[in-house]
Design a protein around this ligand. Structure first.
Ligand SMILES: NC(=O)c1ccc[n+]([C@@H]2O[C@H](COP(=O)([O-])OP(=O)(O)OC[C@H]3O[C@@H](n4cnc5c(N)ncnc54)[C@H](O)[C@@H]3O)[C@@H](O)[C@H]2O)c1
Length: 493
């Protein structure tokens, strides 16, 4: 029978714990917030008060409601006050030794039927559970930052979690107004595993010189439609946290794509941790003018003769002509644009003037990846960027590598999601929901996969694998089989 959960303990009232305490109190539960010492307790109380005050000043909460919410929270420095809690969730720092010590204490102090939950992002819930005499009643309840705002909760069950507990905790999450997804105990769960793999890969592309920081950020934000570019997001998460999560993922997967990119280590060692330290990939103290704006004014390009080749050439040619460029032939044009989603150097070497060839790939509705080969003249690349701006697109400069920027970052992420689903770890709906709600993505990976088309993603992955020889870029067997069987929708199969 489902237990009644009315009184909840929250241990650690830092960034996450204070928000989690507020979420429970807003849903009408009694909350006992515990901190290490009086100073930390006051800080925690301050977080909860400021957050609810902000909600009042924004008109999202009436003063009387705020007072009721605060009236449901008691603050204490003693774990002994949790002896009668129905559920205790911890949000203390991400250090296994601290968590183990705490769970040993909680196991001793709390009633035998109390559920013990952890908000850990990356540590093994199973290892935490094993420190108690009630491993069946230990579960992960992974909230996202800021807890009062983010709707996703990953409910993490282990091989020893008692039957039905994940459903009970899922129901509790719904009572809090959250959307739970239930997953097993693997490093990074759904969101961090898929997200950090992608972010680390972006750092690797930067290190390989495929494109600049701003070009990669612009490509993923404006070309792939994500809420922010990978380097802005790494800075927001914190490079130290990102490094640690990649490290934990690598320890479990032994997959090179999770091994933290060396640039992360260098920046962390240098104390450049992202927004919290004022500088990471971006300089947040002197933000104005640092990141190159995507919408640079379009300069008037010198009149050039342009030849456009490839699928969609007619349409682009017409646009360029209306922007003042003259149409020419491959042998007599100042610029040859090869519309292509694959590397273009082989086209260049067939031309009398290979230095005049630039590849172009339209990503999303707004971005054009402007691809320079080893032979492209920098003047030609600049001329094409100017032309691209004049026709209202945002140019992203990149090297002539498989997938350029957008596909090179997007397709392996989609592939990871397919592998995750195919391993039985989580359902497609749960993975889609997790990425939409946990990362603010406009669509989940399976929705994106269906929208792009399975054959295009499979072929793109084959090309990425052939180029980088990265084992995890090889198309997931399920994706390969679906394309072979001419199945057009992975979600509808
Ligand atoms: N920050 C995030 O974005 C985020 C998101 C999801 C999950 N998490 C996870 O939540 C947990 C907490 O992270 P955070 O960012 O809130 O950390 P934090 O450092 O902001 O807060 C931790 C708090 O725990 C207190 N604390 C330490 N030891 C304690 C103990 N033994 N008893 C009681 N209180 C103790 C500290 O005084 C501090 O106030 C970690 O496991 C982290 O991985 C963090």
């Amino acid at each position: 029978m489902a237990r009644a959960i009315e009184t909840v303990g929250v241990v650690g009232l830092g960034t996450m714990g204070a928000g989690i305490a507020e979420v429970f109190a807003r849903a009408g539960l009694g909350v006992i917030g515990v901190e290490v010492d009086a100073e930390a307790l006051e800080r925690g109380r301050g977080h909860v008060h400021r957050s609810t005050d902000r909600a009042v000043s924004r008109g999202k909460l009436a003063e009387a409601e705020r007072d009721e919410i605060l009236g449901r929270v008691t603050f204490t420095g003693s774990l002994d006050d949790l002896s009668d809690a129905d559920l205790v969730i911890e949000a203390i720092p991400e250090v296994m030794d601290y968590k183990r010590a705490l769970f040993t204490d909680l196991d001793r102090i709390c009633r035998p039927d109390t559920v013990l939950a952890t908000n850990t992002s990356s540590l093994s819930v199973t290892a935490i559970a094993a420190t108690t005499s009630r491993p069946g009643q230990v579960i992960g309840m992974h909230f996202f930052n800021p807890a009062p705002v983010m709707r996703l909760v990953e409910v993490v069950h282990t091989v020893v979690t008692e039957d039905g507990l994940a459903d009970e905790v899922g129901a509790l999450a719904r009572r809090l107004g959250k959307t739970p997804v239930t997953v097993g105990d693997r490093a990074g769960f759904v969101v961090n595993r898929l997200l950090l793999g992608y972010l680390n890969h972006a750092a690797t592309l930067l290190e390989r010189g495929v494109a600049s920081r701003d070009d990669i950020d612009n490509a993923m934000k404006l070309g792939a439609g994500l809420p922010m570019g990978p380097f802005s997001l790494l800075d927001l998460i914190g490079l130290d946290t990102s490094y640690e999560v990649c490290e934990v993922l690598f320890q479990e997967s032994r997959d090179r794509v999770h091994a933290p990119a060396p640039i992360l280590r260098e920046l962390v060692t240098a104390g450049l941790l992202g927004r919290k330290s004022g500088r990471g990939f971006h300089d947040h103290k002197h933000a104005a003018g640092q990141a190159r704006s995507a919408a640079e004014p379009a300069g008037r390009p010198g009149v050039v003769t342009v030849c456009v080749l490839g699928e969609g050439a007619g349409e682009l040619s017409a646009k360029l002509s209306s922007a003042g460029a003259k149409a020419g032939e491959p042998h007599d044009s100042d610029v040859v644009i090869a519309l292509s989603r694959t590397p273009v150097v082989e086209h260049a070497v067939r031309l009398p003037h290979p230095e005049r060839l630039v590849g172009l790939h339209l990503a999303g509705g707004d971005v054009a990846e402007v691809v320079s080969t080893a032979l492209t003249s920098p003047d030609v690349a600049r001329a094409v960027q100017d032309l691209i701006r004049v026709v209202g697109l945002i140019p992203v400069s990149c090297a002539d590598r498989a997938g350029f920027v957008v596909d090179a970052l997007l397709y392996p992420y989609l592939n990871d999601a397919v592998r995750m689903y195919d391993s039985g770890y989580a359902s497609m709906d749960d993975i889609d929901t997790a990425m939409r709600l946990g990362c603010g993505y406009p669509a989940g990976p399976f929705e994106t996969l269906d929208a792009i088309g399975l054959p295009a993603v499979r072929d793109g992955l084959r090309a990425l694998y052939a180029e980088y020889r990265e084992p995890s870029f090889a198309p997931a067997p399920l994706l390969d089989r679906l394309v072979t069987a001419r199945v057009t929708s992975i979600r509808g199969r």
